[in-house]
Design a protein around this ligand. Structure first.
Ligand SMILES: *[C@@H]1O[C@H](CO)[C@@H](O)[C@H](O)[C@H]1NC(C)=O
Ligand SMILES: *[C@@H]1O[C@H](CO)[C@@H](O)[C@H](O)[C@H]1NC(C)=O
Length: 368
């Protein structure tokens, strides 16, 4: 049986090798066509800021009241944060923009986009790639310079339609979320290894980081592991977890890590295959991202029925330490979960949420 499946694996491997460049797996990454909204609409398709006509926005199809705007201070005293290029679009009441793209059936993708609310507190952005769809609450501003989000989907067909929709109805029909730039990345499916039961343990596989995104990428709440923009990981609770990169932050290991930016309201979890009654050792690293996040931090970790709370004193210098938790599996599946006990804001910017960094999560069985 084992030999048989091994030969199938070998045959498949050979097939992949032989199919060579013609079938070379190209992991696409970058902006969608006119994903930064810098291609200007024809003047005849623009009435002040309002786009007129289904095809007024190059490469996109629009529905309803959609505005083409430039970032910065606006007439009437509002400020639109646009950090990727100059232009962005704003979705009015029940308006949407969509684009049809070619993808690989069965593959996992993450969309990355700049999004922020403009006038109402309760603005929501609905992202969909049918049959999947997700609502992103934009109520919390994580960074005053504008937020970047990621959302994952699994392609069912080779042509899919990506839609951003404002499901809200405000008194002012123009009121609604701003979308700054839209990019896509195909993600590698993560696998546990012989040395570690945790998939994507160092958060190295994650969504595209937009050029000039110095703020990291928010992973919105309620992400399931099968379609998560952070492969293998579930984002629980009400608020986002931030994906941070070594280019703009201090991360303990490798190119990326996550920052627990919303206290007990945001948790990150993974479900592992375990053997009931067997003992395991969970190890992980916590620290600070050297991003002006100071103070007494604490990360709580859960595995099965066991838990540990690890304090970390952040001096904002990019320090880190490792911790461990011995646990006994009580079932064939064990959920490991992490969150920050406290809320933190940056020392020189009380409007921006921050928190402890988590990296390098490992689970190994304890052998005697
Ligand atoms: C990124 O920032 C650099 C320097 O400020 C600027 O020249 C460039 O145009 C920016 N790129 C984008 C895509 O906004
Ligand atoms: C778990 O792993 C850590 C790091 O390797 C080690 O220090 C600790 O002693 C281990 N705990 C157990 C119970 O094996």
């Amino acid at each position: 049986m084992v030999a048989h499946s091994l030969s199938i694996v070998l045959a498949l491997g050979l097939l992949l090798l032989l199919s060579g460049p013609a079938f070379a797996a190209k992991y696409f990454e970058g902006y969608l066509p006119n994903g930064d909204f810098e291609e200007l609409p024809k003047p005849t398709n623009l009435k002040k800021t309002v786009l007129v006509g289904k095809h007024a926005l190059p490469k996109w199809e629009i529905n309803g009241f959609v505005e083409f705007i430039a970032g910065g201070p606006q007439p009437g005293g509002m400020f639109f944060p646009v950090s990727h290029g100059v232009h962005a679009i704003r979705l009015g009441n029940e308006a949407s923009i969509s684009q049809t793209i070619t993808v690989k059936p069965g593959a996992l993708y993450a969309l990355t986009f700049g999004a922020s609310r403009t006038c109402a507190q309760d603005e929501v952005l609905r992202v969909s790639v049918p049959p999947q769809s997700g609502d992103l609450p934009l109520q919390t501003l994580y960074d005053i310079n504008g937020d970047t989000y990621a959302w994952g989907f699994r392609a069912k067909t080779n042509i899919v339609t990506v839609t951003f929709h404002n499901p809200g109805v405000q008194e002012d029909p123009a009121c609604g979320p701003l979308i700054d730039a839209v990019a896509i990345k195909e993600l590698y499916p993560p696998m546990p290894t012989r040395d570690n039961l945790v998939k994507n343990p160092g958060f190295e596989e994650g969504p595209h980081r937009l050029v000039n995104t110095t703020n990291g990428v928010l992973l919105p709440p309620r992400q399931e592991d099968l379609t998560s923009p952070l492969p293998g990981w579930i984002i629980e609770s009400l608020k986002a977890v931030k994906f941070i990169d070594a280019k703009h932050f201090n991360v303990p290991y490798g190119h990326a890590a996550v920052e627990l930016v919303a206290g007990r309201e945001s948790a990150i979890a993974q479900i592992l295959r375990t053997v009931p009654n067997k003992e395991y050792n969970l190890t992980f690293t916590i620290g600070d991202a050297k991003n002006g996040c100071h103070g007494s931090m604490r990360v709580e970790a859960f595995a099965g029925k066991d838990t540990v709370a690890v304090p970390f004193e952040s001096k904002g210098k990019g320090g880190f330490k490792s911790a461990s938790l011995k646990f006994k599996a009580i079932a064939a599946r064990t959920r490991i979960t992490f969150f920050s006990t406290f809320y933190h804001t940056k020392i020189n910017d009380f409007g921006s949420l921050c928190g402890p960094v988590l990296d390098e999560v490992r689970v190994l069985s304890i052998r005697f």
